[in-house]
Design a binder for this molecule. Structure first.
Ligand SMILES: Nc1ncnc2c1ncn2[C@@H]1O[C@H](COP(=O)(O)OP(=O)(O)OP(=O)(O)O)[C@@H](O)[C@H]1O
Length: 309
């Protein structure tokens, strides 16, 4: 497919006897956010390290569009990839613009390009008015945004973000999401590593879920949710006396006193049929509430464990 920007096949990395990543494959397309989701220690950072060429895999290979690989042309490969590391990598006592200049210089950009790109990326992350200020005076969220700006200086096709919202206030988190949405709209391809399922749900077109170094599922959100036995639970509050016999044979129903939890594949589609069946049986309903399935439920279904520690 021509839209493929990065294809990783069979990545493996062990540290001594500990296998951090085992047979990880993924495909990243233009204008797409790929969410790399997994609990602490699942192997996300190690995978990102291999994608950006900082960590050498024991096996497997990453190929960029045009057939560019690290082995064939390291400089060309690295020019196409930007890394936003998990740990903020800034000179705290140098002004924001100077931090960006240093990043640009690392990529050998000419001075004029550096000046122009610095203005562009500062605007992209919403820090244009803080160009002359030092990161030491920034909030955690502003530092994160400058960290992203650094990775954009050489205008890479692919941006790898390793937990870019760690320790960030809600306002900066939204600013980061806006920045990433704008990059996506420009056709950049993003890998977004997180153990926050809400972030993955909000941003990611495709998801690769990792656990203990292995891919346990990958696909679009719809494909992942389809793996759940029931996508949603509808909570029904009963009105008045209802005998158990009146509910007999209704599929997916669990009764707790006056409450029914009903597993439905699709609340929007299946609620009317359920209410009709209850009405036919003379069962009166006082209230309804739906609980949407989340990626947390998907992870639990796949691994039997919660996503967060
Ligand atoms: N340099 C290293 N030396 C030894 N072990 C390592 C090294 N880097 C990672 N590991 C181990 O590899 C496994 C995967 O770690 P990794 O940092 O890739 O996970 P992660 O999913 O990014 O976790 P987190 O969300 O906590 O950052 C862990 O067991 C970790 O201890």
């Amino acid at each position: 497919m021509t839209d493929e920007v990065l294809v990783a096949r069979g990545l493996r990395k062990a540290y001594g006897a500990r296998v951090a990543v085992q047979d990880v494959s993924l495909t990243l397309r233009r204008g797409e956010v790929l969410g790399l989701l997994g609990p602490n220690g699942a192997g996300k950072s190690t995978t990102v390290g291999m994608l950006c060429g900082l960590t050498r895999p024991d096996a497997g290979e990453v190929t960029l569009s045009g057939g560019v690989t690290l082995a064939a042309d390291e400089a060309a490969y690295k020019r196409r990839i930007g890394l936003v590391p998990q740990d903020i990598a800034l000179y705290e006592d140098l002004p924001a613009r100077m931090n960006l200049s240093l990043c640009g210089a690392l990529y050998g950009l000419p001075a004029e390009v550096i000046r122009r790109r610095a203005e562009t990326v500062l605007a992209a992350v919403g820090l244009a008015d803080r160009a002359g200020d030092k990161p030491a005076t920034f909030s955690g969220g502003m530092k994160r945004r400058l960290n992203i700006a650094c990775a954009l200086m050489h205008d890479p096709d692919v941006l790898l973000l390793d937990e870019p919202t760690a320790g960030v206030d809600p306002q900066s988190r939204n600013a980061i999401f806006d920045t990433l949405e704008a990059l996506k709209a420009q056709g950049k391809a993003l890998v977004y590593t997180t153990h926050y399922m809400e972030e993955a749900e909000r941003l990611a077109d495709h998801l690769t879920i990792v656990d203990h170094g292995r891919v346990v599922a990958s696909g679009t959100q719809a494909q992942l949710f389809a793996q759940l036995p029931a996508a949603q639970t509808l909570r029904v509050e009963l009105d008045g006396e209802v005998a158990d016999a009146a509910l007999a044979g209704l599929p997916g129903v669990t009764r707790t006193g006056q409450r029914l939890d009903v597993q439905l594949a699709d609340v929007g589609r299946d609620t009317a049929a359920l209410l009709a069946a209850l009405a036919t049986r003379g069962v009166k309903v006082r209230g309804l509430a739906s609980a949407r399935a989340t990626l947390e439920d998907v992870f639990l279904q796949l691994t039997g464990r919660a996503l967060r520690d």
